[in-house]
Design a protein around this ligand. Sequence first.
Ligand code: ATP
Ligand code: MG
Length: 183
Amino acid sequence: MMIEKNGTSAGLKIVYTGNGKGKTTAALGMCVRAAGYNWKICLIQFVKGSWKYGELEGVKRLEPNLELHTVGEGFVGIVDDDKDIEVHKKAASEGLDFASEKIKSGEFQLIILDELNVALKLGLVTRESVEQLLDNCPDSLHLVITGRDAPGWLIEQADLVTEMTEIKHPFQNGLPAQKGIDW
Ligand code: ATP
Ligand code: MG
């Protein structure tokens, strides 16, 4: 993190992790706030199949400030996935290269790497490649990484880490995912 002369900070590395609901929601909230300052925002989703309907349509309202991307080969080992793990690894590593280009471009004030922690946990991307990406961040860039199971070394390197803790979730009572709340 860089501390400016007037004491305000720039270029935060932010991690939202934990088992409770709200990690991607928090990142989307940051996009709304950033758009208020006319910042350029890049939102990249790793691992999952595609952005859910609500956020896909909702963030369109933040255009042209925000651009949205999905990288990788979708769900890994669940839903209807029957792809070889090497296919997922190649796609995730290409996704990380794509994110790295966006980071180095200097075009954005806020970049979100949604579910990158999950790609790390699944071994689709390496610690070294993510560390390199962190090292290449322009001083002024705010970078947000979300997903369960953030590794200790990432928590160590981040400036702001919040762990969402599940206290109650309607899923425990058998309630399925809700329109407008979960998707
Ligand atoms: P959200 O996108 O709602 O902010 P999240 O990013 O914190 O959730 P993920 O691990 O990405 O959580 O899980 C994605 C989906 O699983 C979402 O539909 C979310 O509502 C749901 N979910 C998140 N946490 C829980 C939980 N503790 N129990 C059941 N479902 C959950
Ligand atoms: Mg999420």
